[in-house]
Design a protein around this ligand. Structure first.
Ligand code: ADP
Length: 199
């Protein structure tokens, strides 16, 4: 194990240098909202727009992460916290590498989102509240989950028999029932421009 910190630091490429090479200010766009609210759809649209602008990005999608990194986790309170902790740590590493990272998870509890925020430096965590009324989410029901939950096949379903803490201080609030996917995505791009994350 290396103990000489001076040598270690002399060879370290800093986070700032990685960001400068990419010409962007790295950050984490943390999408939160009910199932079917549009998190994945909008996160993908934003990722696509950023990529077209030759930005360096990565998208961590809830279901994909559950298949791999967090495949051993269930939905108990303990596993739910561990799920968020691992996602946050991976996102933090990606931010450290200079990327604009997006995560799309329901993340219903403010305490969990605050835990993720606390892991990053000030200004790096951008809470994006995908604010869609539950009636609209249920009408869309893209994965048929509301139908199953109403039939009693899924327990502790967020918005029905499990609570969702409405974000108190989200940096961005997106109203998908009133705007198209492209309009929502452009709103987020505009935020990144206005606040100096992208030039
Ligand atoms: P989530 O990731 O929050 O569970 P999804 O993105 O998987 O939600 O599903 C949202 C559904 O709503 C998709 O079928 C999408 O096409 C539809 N939709 C309709 N209008 C919008 C909008 N303005 N923004 C986002 N999604 C929309």
């Amino acid at each position: 194990m290396k103990t000489d910190n001076t040598v270690w630091h002399a060879h370290l490429v800093t986070k700032q240098e990685r960001a400068e090479l990419k010409g962007q200010k790295p950050c984490l766009l943390w999408y939160t909202g009910l199932s079917g609210s549009g998190k994945s759809t909008i996160a993908n649209a934003v990722d696509d727009l950023l990529f077209q602008q030759q930005r360096h990005t990565y998208l961590l999608d809830g279901d994909n992460v559950r298949h791999g990194l967090n495949g051993d986790l269930g939905f108990s309170d303990q596993d739910r916290i561990e799920n968020i902790r691992r996602i946050s740590q991976v996102a933090k590493l990606f931010v450290d590498s200079g990327l604009i990272v997006s995560t799309a998870f329901i993340s219903p509890f403010q305490t969990d989102r605050d835990m993720a925020r606390a892991m990053l430096e000030p200004g790096e965590f951008i809470e994006v509240f995908i604010d869609t009324p539950i009636s609209v989410c249920e009408q869309r029901d893209p994965k048929g989950l509301y139908k199953k939950a109403r039939a009693g096949e899924i327990k502790d379903f967020t918005g029905l028999d499990s609570s969702y803490d409405v974000p108190k201080q989200a940096e961005i609030q997106v109203m998908t029932a009133k705007q198209s996917v492209q309009q929502c995505a452009q709103q987020i791009i505009a935020y990144l421009k206005t606040n100096g994350y992208i030039g």
